[in-house]
Design a protein around this ligand. Structure first.
Ligand SMILES: Nc1ncnc2c1ncn2[C@@H]1O[C@H](COP(=O)(O)OP(=O)(O)OP(=O)(O)O)[C@@H](O)[C@H]1O
Length: 126
């Protein structure tokens, strides 16, 4: 394969494509809407409760990780649907694995959220 020369224009174009992917994820994917809604709620509650820098880092990482996983899941789904529109056992496994990966990250994010927010709520109401 021929090695391409480094080009700032090509890199800028890659950013443009990636931005288009993020815009598509947020505008078209229903699961991403749910993730965004939850993310906005968590950020608002975090602002209200006054999270520390480390707590914000964990929250931001969780939000980004779940949304990124949702993007990869959507990409896999779209590819699967194009490659094999009919029933296919391998497609079923691929889609289930991708969805499972999102669920793992979302569950871990909920656990991180509970670890951060529960002590703050307890302190608030005690
Ligand atoms: N072509 C297929 N062959 C076999 N099983 C499939 C196929 N398409 C979907 N499935 C099964 O149905 C499940 C749901 O697939 P689908 O593409 O509807 O994903 P979804 O997560 O419901 O998508 P959406 O993001 O559109 O809500 C998959 O996890 C898989 O088990």
């Amino acid at each position: 394969m021929e090695k391409k020369r480094f080009s700032l224009t090509d890199r800028a174009r890659s950013f443009k494509y990636a931005g288009r992917g993020i815009a598509r994820l947020i505008s078209r994917e229903h699961n991403a809407w749910i993730h965004c809604f939850v993310a906005v709620c968590v950020v608002l509650v975090g602002l209200w409760l006054g999270l520390s820098t480390l707590e914000w880092a964990a929250v931001v990482l969780c939000i980004g990780a779940v949304l990124a996983a949702e993007g990869i899941n959507s990409a896999i789904e779209a590819l699967c649907d194009r490659v094999s529109p009919g029933y296919d056992e391998a497609i079923k496994h691929a889609k289930d694995l991708a969805a499972g990966a999102v669920l793992i990250l979302a569950t871990m994010s909920v656990v991180v959220g509970l670890l951060i927010f529960i002590p703050k709520f307890i302190a608030l109401w005690s």
